[in-house]
Design a protein around this ligand. Structure first.
Ligand code: SF4
Ligand code: SF4
Length: 168
């Protein structure tokens, strides 16, 4: 199956999975996704404070190569929960990330994948203040824990790579 078809099927399955939750479970998941998106924003801010925007532009986004595998089923569920249309991937850019553009990532930080947000190479990490690095590590742990809770609510491994599964 080609990438566009895998993505479309996985998106439809993720949305159907969200839509068929009971109102109570959906409300709990919405709260959890708010927490997840807040943690992602904070991780992004901590990296930004270390100068990631400039450093990553100079690097050309090497860690974004093959970024199509970073995005998870849960990331698409988060768009559904927020009532926001997901960023459409452009798979013709391979091996560049299908969610990247000339100015960098097209996804708002709160909708980026866990993998995109928790990785800092040493160029960024070396410029992080110790207290910021400590906070970064706490956010990562809390994010992983929240994703595990979302897995339970959705009764599936929602944190898995979207492009490696199209069964929702
Ligand atoms: S985190 Fe490091 S490898 Fe990734 S884009 Fe930034 S500078 Fe490049
Ligand atoms: S989604 Fe954005 S941050 Fe993640 S790999 Fe792609 S371009 Fe990079």
């Amino acid at each position: 199956m080609e990438d566009r078809q895998i993505w479309r099927r996985a998106k439809e399955a993720a949305e159907a999975n969200y839509d068929r939750l009971s109102p109570a479970t959906r409300a709990r998941l919405d709260c959890l996704l708010e927490l997840i998106m807040g943690l992602k924003e904070e991780l992004f801010q901590l990296s930004s404070a270390a100068g990631s925007a400039h450093i990553c532009r100079e690097c050309g986004g090497r860690c974004c190569l093959n970024g199509k595998y970073h995005v998870s089923v849960l990331d698409l569920v988060a768009y559904r929960s927020a009532g926001v249309a997901p960023v459409m991937p452009d798979f013709d850019k391979a091996p560049l990330c299908p969610y990247g553009g000339a100015e960098g990532c097209l996804m708002p930080p709160r909708f980026r994948s866990l993998t995109c947000l928790i990785f800092n190479c040493e160029l960024v990490d070396d410029r992080m203040e110790p207290c910021s690095r400590d906070r970064f590590n706490v956010c990562e742990r809390e994010l992983r824990g929240a994703v595990a809770m979302a897995d339970d609510l959705l009764a599936c491994r929602a944190g898995r790579a979207l492009m490696l599964s199209c069964d929702g």
